[in-house]
Ligand binder design. Structure first.
Ligand code: SF4
Length: 177
């Protein structure tokens, strides 16, 4: 039996959503029988591959590199899942959107005002976008799993339904925060 090709992506998020994914505990053993992880921060693959069945995305789209990655991932993926409030509506990552020139404001705060030694904004990091974007503002999203982080049981439910060829029914199951 061909395994389902699954990718996970970590954009501008705190990795808490990936931790929740790992919290699925013994379901991960079941998952390993059914899916092949073809791209993820949990494995050492550098290029987003072709022909991915399911891509699970944590975090908002916050910089130019992430913008490029999510657009490539969307083109190469059958079903794309926004995992967690940052991916679903921006959440913590998008707090900077309320500031005037928020991209520059967070860089100044992080690298200049809070620096203990040699304050400087690094020139080699990928430029931030003017605003952080939830996924649906950039690409089409097939499934949303809210929560900060989403409970592992909810991730398991969605994956179980998708792997069985069913559409997850989220009404009454998910909440923000
Ligand atoms: S939704 Fe919460 S847990 Fe997930 S990346 Fe954002 S802040 Fe972290």
């Amino acid at each position: 039996m061909n395994k389902v090709r699954v990718a996970t992506i970590w954009l501008s998020g705190c990795s808490g959503c990936h931790m929740s994914f790992l919290d699925q505990d013994e379901f991960l053993m079941e998952l390993a029988k059914l899916v092949q992880f073809v791209y993820s921060p949990l494995i050492d693959v550098k290029e987003f591959p072709e022909n991915v069945d399911i891509t699970i995305v944590e975090g908002a789209v916050g910089n130019e590199e992430q913008l490029e990655l999510i657009e490539v991932a969307r083109k190469r993926t059958k079903q794309l899942i926004a995992l967690g409030d940052c991916a679903v509506h921006g959440n913590v990552t998008s707090l900077r959107n309320a500031l005037r020139e928020g991209d520059q404001a967070v860089l100044k705060r992080a690298y200049l005002e809070l620096a203990d030694t040699t304050p400087q904004i690094p020139s080699e990091v990928t430029p931030l976008l003017k605003k952080a974007h939830p996924l649906h503002e950039i690409v089409e999203v097939d499934h949303f799993i809210p929560g900060c982080p989403p409970p592992a049981s909810l991730i398991t439910y969605v994956l179980t339904e998708l792997l069985a060829g069913r559409k997850p029914e989220m009404e009454g199951k998910a909440k923000f925060g």
